[in-house]
Write a protein that binds this ligand. Structure first.
Ligand code: ADP
Ligand code: MG
Length: 360
């Protein structure tokens, strides 16, 4: 299907109306592009910023087709969107990032096999379908491991730490006996991520990598550049470029990495979308990851990833958001709230980025 760059007034369909959809819709509006969101909740975060909302389940084929007929390109804000309706929709309207990228990132075994297949290193892993396979894999991988469900995990959900010495049968049961992956626990010196984009013309542009800290499986903060050396940063960019090119990708990708004591990079996972660890770009770059994604899927020229300040982005989780407006008195802070009415423990309510002065 031929694809022509969108013109002002064109409409982008976004599957998923959470905070990422909300911020994509804001970025689209600034470029004069309309948005229609599909989400089962008519009061979802994106409902306040998108031009229109189709209230329906993500796997409702009729709703996705309706979306396809009302927009010029479809994108999505999270990776657990069912593939089949999007593939059907892509026969009528382009879907970016490509459905193949979505498929790869939805299943941790497919994802790890893909990464190793294109020559990128990951933690040692085994696919697990039975408790016997788990027993065998724990012997092979030795030491501390993490069992993760192959599908539908996020923010550390669907994961258990274990070793053969522990009661691993309980861990298997705790996860529900679902198809899983066993990964060796990596003794990383830091976690980092790179958010990069590939345009419709094949141009690749990466933002500076961020050093990330997680608490209870949820991203706590991202520091840029943090302790990441220029050589590691370049290495991370090269990893992202390889992934983008092998997937014939269009849009923004988030690539999560572990840096080992030897300075090697292991890929943890790929998010075929804008990424929480890239939220700082709205405060410290001229073009944010949100605008970059909209530019890419709209077939427009990508923005330069120039960063004008070092910074720290921190998530506001659960009740932390109740103090958010206190941050407004700080002149070096950029605040962003998601409009969520209810603060539940572990729920991402917003984030803020503190700009740090750079050394002269
Ligand atoms: P999610 O989809 O929930 O983000 P991840 O696979 O990224 O799942 O795991 C969440 C966090 O758990 C990671 O950011 C990292 O801190 C830790 N983690 C995951 N896999 C490993 C591993 N193999 N070794 C060490 N830590 C890990
Ligand atoms: Mg992750």
């Amino acid at each position: 299907m031929s694809f022509r760059p969108l013109v002002p007034g064109a409409v982008i369909g976004i599957v998923g109306g959470g905070q990422l959809g909300r911020m994509l819709a804001m970025a689209a509006a600034r470029l004069g592009l309309g948005t229609i969101v599909v989400d089962p909740d008519k009061h979802c975060p994106a409902s306040e910023t998108a031009g229109d909302i189709i209230v329906a389940a993500y796997d409702d084929p009729v709703a996705i087709l309706k979306l396809a007929r009302r927009c010029q390109v479809i994108t999505y804000e999270f990776e657990n969107v069912p593939v089949a309706p999007l593939r059907r929709a892509s026969e009528e309207t382009p879907v970016f990032p490509p459905v193949e990228a979505l498929e790869v990132s939805q299943d941790r075994v497919v994802e790890k096999a893909f990464l190793n297949g294109i020559g990128l290193a990951t933690a040692p892993w085994r696919a697990i379908d039975t408790v016997q396979e788990l027993d065998h894999a724990l012997q092979e991988l030795e030491g501390g491991c993490i069992l993760k469900s192959r599908r539908f995990g996020y923010d550390g959900k669907g994961q258990v730490s274990l070793s053969r010495a522990d009661g691993y049968a309980e861990a298997w049961d705790a996860l529900g006996g679902v198809p899983s992956i066993l990964e060796k626990r990596v003794p990383f010196v830091r976690e980092l991520s790179v958010v990069a984009a590939r345009g419709a013309d094949g141009t690749v542009v990466g933002f500076d990598p961020a050093e990330n800290t997680h608490e209870d499986g949820i991203l706590r903060r991202s520091v840029v550049p943090g302790g990441i050396s220029p050589a590691t940063a370049a290495n991370a960019q090269a990893v992202a470029k390889t992934i983008l090119e092998k997937l014939n990708y269009v849009g923004v990708v988030g690539v999560e990495l572990f840096e080992t004591a030897e300075g090697a990079l292991l890929v943890n996972e790929i998010a075929p979308r804008i990424h929480n660890s890239g939220h700082w770009t709205e405060a410290a770059c001229f073009v944010s990851q949100f605008e970059q994604h909209i530019r890419a899927v709209a077939g427009l020229p990508l923005g330069a990833p120039t960063r004008h300040s070092d910074c720290v982005m921190e998530n506001l989780i659960g009740e932390e958001a109740s103090k958010a407006y206190e941050l407004l008195s700080e002149s070096d802070v950029v605040l962003h709230l998601y409009g969520k009415r209810q603060a539940r423990p572990g729920r991402k309510m917003g984030h803020f980025t503190r700009l740090l002065t750079r050394d002269a």
